[in-house]
Write a protein that binds this ligand. Structure first.
Ligand code: ZN
Length: 322
């Protein structure tokens, strides 16, 4: 019988748990809004969710081989400790040890972008490939790198933070302290900002009609939507500039690691292929290093969507306990 693993996705708004089998198939999921009171109550909630997910998958808690957690921040994988998260006060929390008071199974922690990479590698867009990079375009730009089946962690577990490579010297200030980081130009939030800036320069743009004259109504989808629907020049220029910056980082990553597959996930990746993926692929084709078209990274969309973090967290257990 296939072994079962629980994955937990600690998000900024929701906590999710799910049971995954050895192939990375999600068998069940449970979720609850994040309400942080005390560390103990928080960990108890995670254990409760895990039991709920196990029950929904029709297995007893004793059949869970391991629990993996995806954390939006830095973790000490060796000691099962959360070191830092930006939006939940979990710093220095020995979540692994606390969790085992409720459910005595091996517990593994990993950064959430790395979890998404593992999931796509084992069960999504990179299934069967040698090396894969996942770039997730959300509030920020997350990235995870799997080389020959191994997650690239570096000395402190934060390797692969491609969102913080600088693509514009003296550019927009970033939360990390540098200026001009890739995530300030290629995240969904950046797309929103670039759209607003373009509107301020172009009072005639159809984007103003789209948001009923209110800049605060602009979303990360506005520019692509208006460009598609009425061919507005300002919106088209925003999309071109966005894809240009996205491609800059993608080509940098491909040149550094030459993976078989680089996949793009997160909200922005849902835009139509002709507006996002195809122009991105064209720039990569022109600019990548290496001239053999048979041996070059495929740039594709991620396949697992919002479940990637959950599935990857569960697969940590599979990787570590095999
Ligand atoms: Zn940064």
């Amino acid at each position: 019988m296939s072994k079962k693993y629980v994955g937990i996705d600690i998000g900024g708004t929701n906590l999710k748990a799910g049971v995954v089998d050895e192939t990375g198939t999600l068998l069940s999921a449970a979720k609850t809004p994040l309400q942080f009171t005390t560390p103990e109550a928080f960990v108890e909630t995670l254990a409760g969710l895990s039991r709920q997910a196990a029950e929904a998958a029709g297995i007893g808690a004793e059949e869970i081989c391991a629990v993996g957690m995806g954390v939006p921040g830095e973790v000490d994988t060796e000691h099962g400790t959360i070191l830092y998260t930006c939006n939940i006060p979990l710093a220095d929390l020995p979540v692994g040890a606390l969790f085992r008071r409720y459910l005595d199974v091996p517990v593994y922690l990993e950064n959430d972008a790395n979890c998404a990479a593992l999931a796509e590698y084992w069960a999504g867009a990179g299934k069967g490939c040698h090396s894969l990079i996942v770039v997730t375009l959300g509030t920020g730009v997350g990235a995870g790198i799997v080389l020959g089946g191994k997650l690239l962690r570096g000395i402190n577990g934060t390797a692969g933070e491609a969102g913080h490579m600088v693509v514009e010297p003296d550019g927009v200030p970033c939360r990390c302290g540098r200026r001009g980081c890739w995530e300030q130009y290629a995240s969904a939030n950046a797309l929103k900002r670039i759209t607003r800036e373009a509107m301020e320069r172009c009072p005639d743009s159809a984007l103003w009609v789209h948001c009923a004259g209110k800049l605060e109504q602009i979303s990360g989808r506005s520019a692509f939507q208006v460009a598609r629907e009425c061919g507005d020049e300002t919106a088209q220029a925003v999309c071109r500039s966005y894809v240009r910056y996205l491609a800059l980082g993608v080509v940098n990553l491909i040149n550094l690691f030459q993976p078989d597959v680089l996949c793009i996930g997160g909200g922005v990746s849902n835009e139509a292929d002709e507006a996002l993926l195809h122009p991105l692929q064209r720039i990569v084709q022109q600019e990548r290093f290496g001239h053999d078209p048979r041996r070059t990274a495929k740039v594709v969309k991620a396949e697992l969507g919002n479940d990637a973090g959950l599935i990857g967290a569960a697969l940590l257990g599979r990787m570590e306990t095999k």
